[in-house]
Design a protein around this ligand. Structure first.
Ligand code: GLN
Length: 568
């Protein structure tokens, strides 16, 4: 037994491992299946954690254009991960971190660094077994750090491609070492070709063969498709994929991902998984989750929220994944207020070409301008912000959205027409948003990966502001100051900051600095007072990352409350 395993057994008895692999095509919903199974196992009374393995060579998701791979999710400890980590956090209601995430790049980097440090004591270091061993080492480290009894490990990509073979090999090795503690789910897709009109099992049979060729027999097949699997196909899959018919789980498309645990519960998925792992359920139930799902499905009065961004399309496809956490945060807040969220995606570049389009924003009850980078669409966002400010439309700006709100204010209220962020105009006359000194040095060395201001930082929220009203009486507050200010913590991902040289002038002109980083006096939340605007709030941090369906984020709740009044 390798040393990591024996440490594990010594520490907590028996951790159990559930691998989730994907078949037939990508985007089949492995992340949702993993997160949903996690919710159910937690509801059965187990300490669960979830890991994502991404097969790309990038060390983290931070260096990828979001149109390539969806949103970059940021954890408390400053990791830039794939959006599935965000789903796990939202479903499990847990803060995850670096230890829950790995990529091929990360695995290679550790092995090579260890080799350079003579960590392999003169051995020939080989792709197999040393890379799968590093994968297992990371899995065991995560189990230990999270004190998990059950760990779900999602292997990115699709079985049969080269990229994830080392991870499948790790899964095979672990099963060989601990046959009673490891199971594998294959999440596969069953297409219904239009001209045939029936659900086809053959691609899933092939995917299973490919998994078997990697030495892994799936314990469960999760049959994704536009419809639920029928008895005939269930039997076919059982026979050809070498599983019991009961171990084929139907997972038809659902209106909301939060419904999946409820469907799985109906199919007794958790009980069947626990049985295979030799564990008995410890009671508890899914009551709170079910209540949230019921609310999300009911038709309430609509609240119309526009998300103004630029990463919406590639070719003919709309990519809402780029703003996944923002979209989810709006939904969580709307449901908590018993409203049905109606989301509109607005491409900011449209406003650069056609000023009249801005008026359409007046039909919305509220607008979110999320984070972003670079010059494309920036003037459109600034115009949008001006319109929202002048027309009293509830607005939540996030990161770049906050920075551009400051640019707009400087230009149109302070009367500094050349004001800009130095990200776009490095020698602007009025650098109201500027790069921090330590960031300058990193940029000069082209050190882009993992070097932004990342992860959770504290923020002191000033009493009597929109922000303080939003956070008051929530679990977000970690300290109450004697003067009524509040201490909160939120996650960041940016290089540029509000330039404090402009603070007094902004304050004199009516901008309120309602959130400030206590250590470095950085502006974290700006707003306009409620006498001048119903809700104009913008944060340098990303409030969307910590929003959970059972615990919506306060600034989003504030937006929805203001939007309700407008819609009324
Ligand atoms: N581009 C801006 C910066 O780097 C904002 C980043 C963001 O919105 N995440 O500071």
């Amino acid at each position: 037994m390798n040393r990591f395993l024996s440490q594990q057994l010594g520490a907590y008895g028996m951790p159990k491992y559930i691998f989730v692999a994907g078949g037939v095509l990508s985007g089949v919903g492995k992340g949702t299946v993993t997160a949903s199974l996690g919710v159910l196992l937690q509801a059965k009374g187990f300490r669960v954690t979830a890991m994502k393995i991404d097969p790309y060579v990038n060390v983290d998701a931070g260096t990828m254009n979001p149109t390539e791979h969806g949103e970059v999710f940021v954890t408390d400890d400053g990791d830039e991960t794939d959006l599935d980590i965000g789903s796990y956090e939202r479903f499990l209601g847990q803060d995850l971190g670096k230890i829950n995430y790995m990529t091929t790049g990360r695995v290679y980097l550790s092995v090579i660094e260890r080799e350079r440090n003579l960590g392999y004591k003169g051995k020939c270091v080989e792709v197999v077994p040393h890379l799968p061993e590093e994968v297992l080492h990371r899995i065991h480290a995560c189990v230990e750090a999270r004190r998990a009894e059950i760990v779900l490990i999602e292997i990115g990509g699709t079985v049969g491609e080269y990229q994830n073979v080392l991870f499948l090999e790790a899964a095979r090795l672990l099963k060989q070492q601990r046959p009673d503690d490891v199971i594998t789910l294959l999440v596969s897709y069953l297409p219904i070709p239009g001209h045939i009109g029936e659900m086809k099992t053959k691609p899933t049979q092939h995917a299973t063969r490919q998994l078997q060729a990697a030495g892994i027999q799936p314990d469960f097949i999760v049959a994704r498709g536009s419809q639920a699997l029928d008895a005939v196909r269930r039997k076919k899959l059982a026979v050809f994929c070498n599983v019991q018919a009961d171990d084929v789980i139907a997972a038809p498309d659902v209106a909301s991902i939060y419904h999946v645990p409820v469907n799985f519960e109906r199919e007794h998925v958790a009980e069947r998984v626990l049985e295979k792992l030799g564990l008995a359920p410890r009671g508890k139930d899914l009551r709170q989750w079910r209540a949230m799902v019921r609310t999300s499905e009911r038709q309430y009065a609509p609240v119309r929220i526009a998300i103004v961004g630029k990463y919406f399309s590639t070719g003919d496809f709309v990519l809402s994944d780029v703003y996944l956490s923002v979209i989810e945060a709006v939904k969580h807040a709307a449901w908590a207020r018993k409203r049905t969220p109606v989301l509109e995606w607005v491409n900011t570049e449209e406003y650069e070409q056609d000023n009249k389009k801005l008026k359409q924003l007046g039909q919305c009850d509220g607008v979110v301008i999320p984070g972003g980078f670079g010059s494309r669409g920036v003037e459109g966002k600034i115009r949008t912000i001006q319109y929202l400010r002048e027309h009293g439309i509830p607005f939540l700006g996030i990161c770049y959205g906050m920075q551009l709100a400051c640019v707009e204010f400087a230009r149109n209220v302070l009367g500094l027409p050349g004001a800009h962020t130095t990200e776009i105009v490095p020698d602007t006359a009025d650098p109201i948003i500027d790069v921090m000194e330590e960031q300058k040095a990193r940029l000069a060395k082209d050190a882009y990966g993992g070097t932004m201001r990342l992860g959770a930082y504290d923020c002191r929220v000033r009493a009597g502001t929109h922000a303080a009203r939003a956070y008051a009486d929530t679990s977000w507050v970690s300290k109450r100051y004697a003067n009524g200010d509040l201490r909160i913590s939120e996650r960041h991902r940016h290089r540029y900051e509000f330039n404090n040289a402009y603070r007094e002038r902004c304050e004199a002109a009516g901008m309120v600095f309602s959130g400030v980083n206590p250590e470095r006096d950085l502006a974290e939340i700006i707003e306009l007072p409620k006498q001048t605007h119903p809700y104009f709030v913008a944060a340098q941090f990303h409030p969307e990352f910590k929003s959970r369906p059972l615990d919506p984020q306060p600034l989003f709740l504030g937006l929805i409350k203001a939007a309700e009044k407008r819609g009324a």
